[in-house]
Ligand binder design. Structure first.
Ligand SMILES: *Cc1c(COP(=O)(O)O)cnc(C)c1O
Length: 370
């Protein structure tokens, strides 16, 4: 296949070309079954093997401890905001840290089911910093503390998750890791539950990944729909109702690709993290070296490796910038409508060459318009 354009979309987002080619090759006949994965019974031997392999591979890639369950659900991260509150809050006090538009939505949804307190917020500085955990207002009896570990719109990422125990809190930490899942390891000694929509960094839309510590299961509010009760989903191995079968299959191919991935002698998630660090360094380095032509407003210690929002010095430059980018095969660089500007999402599947091509364009554009 010829070189495709580089797609910097925030989600649904670019997938590894190898994965798309394999899915295409297996589209009509998955391994001699005579059927597409889309056409199989989700309870048949063929699909069960795909499902189990995907869960085992994800467990291996993220080093998920044995006392955590991996659930494959539906509804996306937005539905999960409600589902997690119904499952974990017990209707009582819960704390949220707001660092951008996604965590702001999470706490708002939580209010329908629980007594929500915002423990810390970076709203006053336009979502560009992470308030230091030592200043968070943690309630002793909170059923959980929620944060978004990578804010896709604002480009703010936790490079270290808080150690709540060290802060004197026993609350389980719940993270929305939608837009950087599998881009770096997860410190499970600090995280009780992680969830995310697959369509940012893992696979196609339709699959929601929930990784939850076993002792948190079994406390859903009576109003929680059965299909969204973590205990019921876990007891049925994510097969209580029909799972998003094709999205699971393609995500499974991505997990296999990640397991094969090697970069500078590092493998799997360690390898992809190393390349992600290099890509981010290259892009931020270019923005910072532009003498104020390009501006990323996020504090240096919490800049996202995945989502890089930036601005031009003049509103009139956006249209020619985006047109010129598209001409060079650099797609979907428009910023989120709530914050404007530009945004490059450089997820796992974006090769280093894609970021190099973007940087070359950024330099040319600044030279001809600066
Ligand atoms: C995209 C995104 C969401 C919303 O995901 P849906 O699958 O559309 O519900 C929530 N949180 C984060 C961090 C996201 O990037």
């Amino acid at each position: 296949m010829s070189q495709r354009p580089y797609n910097f979309a925030p989600g649904p987002a670019t997938l590894p070309q190898e994965v798309l080619e394999q899915a295409a090759a297996e589209m009509l006949d998955w391994r001699g079954t005579g059927t597409s994965v889309m056409e199989m019974s989700h309870r048949g031997k063929a699909f069960l093997s795909i499902h189990e392999q995907a869960i085992a591979d994800l467990r291996e890639l993220l080093a998920v401890p044995p006392n955590y369950r991996i659930l494959f659900m539906q509804g996306g991260a937005l539905a999960e905001n409600a589902i997690l509150a119904m499952n974990l809050s017990r209707g009582g006090p819960v704390d949220y840290v707001v660092t951008g538009s996604w965590s702001a939505k999470s706490q708002k949804e939580g209010r329908k089911y629980a007594d929500v307190q915002v423990a810390a917020s970076n709203e006053a500085d336009g979502h560009t910093t992470i308030p230091h955990p030592s200043g968070w207002k943690l309630r002793a009896n909170a059923a959980y503390l929620h944060l978004c570990s990578n804010e896709t719109v604002n480009g703010v990422e936790f490079h270290e998750l808080p150690d709540l125990k060290a802060l004197g809190s026993d609350a389980p930490l719940v993270i929305d890791f939608s837009s950087h899942a599998a881009s770096r390891p997860v410190d499970w000694s600090r995280v009780a539950m992680a969830y995310g929509g697959a369509q940012k960094n893992v696979g196609p839309a339709g699959l929601t990944i929930v990784i939850v510590r076993e002792d948190l299961l079994g406390h859903a509010l009576p109003i929680c729909p059965s299909a969204f009760d973590y205990k019921i989903v876990a007891d049925n191995d994510s097969m209580y109702n029909t799972p998003p079968a094709y999205a699971i299959y393609v995500s499974g191919l991505v997990f296999q690709w990640l397991k094969r991935f090697e970069y500078q002698g590092a493998h799997g998630v360690a390898g992809i993290e190393r390349r992600n660090i290099e890509k981010a360094k290259l892009l931020y380095g270019c923005l910072d070296a532009s003498a104020g032509f390009y501006a990323n407003r996020v504090a240096a210690d919490c800049r996202s490796r995945m989502n890089v929002p930036f601005y031009l010095p003049d509103e009139r430059l956006y249209a020619p910038f985006l047109a010129g980018a598209e001409e060079r095969g650099l797609l979907a660089l428009k910023g989120h409508k709530s914050v404007g500007g530009l945004r490059a999402s450089i997820y796992n599947a974006m090769p280093l060459e894609g970021v190099q091509a973007l940087v070359a364009y950024l330099q040319d554009f600044a030279r001809s318009h600066g």
